[in-house]
Design a protein around this ligand. Structure first.
Ligand code: UTP
Length: 290
């Protein structure tokens, strides 16, 4: 079955980026001139997704506003020839896809957030794009995962190798190679202790799941941090039907921590057609001084 729906969980508290995220959702933090979540929606759309559900909560109304039309602003921009290009950009944001919103009423973890998408998803496979993971590259990661889902008919996790120190903060997967960049996954664990590490492959920000995941999530008790972990539900899937892991191509920026945010800003700014050259000169100058 074709994957045409995506879920973007964006209801986390963003405690690692406080105080910036006290009233501003981390998903709305800008990377040069677009908020993080717009890059994520654009990736999904490039992968052929037509319907997107964003999981929000109290205080995340800014996300809804960003994907809406703004008649007053558009009227002002349309009055000026030089603002026409930006007018198109502003209007197009509202037409990227059919974007829906639902609130996760309590912050009970990523697994719980995904379970809020049950009615939206129905009986179809769907992609999950974590709202604080921006991944940039030629071939959208979401498309790389959807191709694997269509080939193998199994849930797919986007993975990367991380350092032995980092793996304890993420998940660890038991994998066997199928071919270049593709693995079969039969087990996984969230936030492993050193003796629980299955491999240094960790799920980073993207997966494609069958609708059976919702029944599994309903039966999944709270795990690491007292939260309902999506990894725990995917672990059940991996141990029963098996899953596929795709070592994706693309650069991932973790917008959930301060260093990740700055890396995204700097790298995207250096490649930006309008400011790239000037920003490179500025960086050299400032790095020589400080
Ligand atoms: P994180 O665990 O990285 O987000 O979840 P967080 O809880 O905001 O992080 P900190 O530790 O407090 O800084 C990954 C993704 O899942 C979403 C987050 O918004 C993020 O995009 N999420 C997490 C939810 O939607 N609901 C939750 O209950 C937890």
């Amino acid at each position: 079955m074709k994957v045409r729906k995506a879920v973007i969980p964006a209801a986390g508290l963003g405690t690692r980026v406080l105080p910036a995220t006290k009233s501003m959702p981390k998903e709305m933090l800008p990377i040069v001139d677009k908020p993080a979540i717009q890059y994520i929606v654009e990736e999904a759309v490039q992968a052929g997704i037509t319907d997107i559900l964003v999981i929000t909560n109290r205080g995340k109304g800014l996300i809804e506003d960003h994907f809406d039309r703004v008649p007053e602003l558009e009227a002002r921009l349309s009055g000026s020839e030089e603002k026409r290009e930006i007018l198109n950009d502003v209007v197009n944001i509202a037409h990227l896809a059919n974007i829906y919103f639902v609130r996760q009423k309590e912050t009970r973890g990523l697994g719980h957030a995904v379970s809020c998408a049950r009615d939206f998803v129905g009986n179809e496979p769907f992609a999950v794009l974590y709202g604080d993971d921006v991944i940039l590259g030629e071939d959208p990661v979401c498309a790389q995962l959807i191709r694997a889902y269509e080939e193998f008919g199994l849930g797919v996790a986007g993975v990367k190798e991380v350092s032995p120190e980092a793996i304890q903060k993420y998940s660890s997967l038991k994998v066997e190679p199928v071919r270049d960049r593709i693995f079969r996954c039969t087990d996984m664990i969230e936030k492993p202790t050193p003796d629980q590490i299955l491999s240094l492959y960790s799920i980073l920000g993207r997966c494609v799941l069958p609708p059976e995941i919702f029944d599994i999530l309903d039966r999944t008790p709270p795990g690491a941090g007292g939260e309902i972990q999506l990894t725990d539900a995917m672990c059940t899937l991996a141990r029963t039907t098996g899953m596929i892991a795709v070592d994706f191509e693309g650069t991932r920026y973790d917008m959930g921590n301060k260093l990740g945010i700055m890396q995204a800003q700097v790298e995207v700014a250096l490649r930006h057609p309008q400011i790239g050259e000037a920003f490179r000169d500025y960086l050299k100058e400032v790095a020589a001084k400080l």
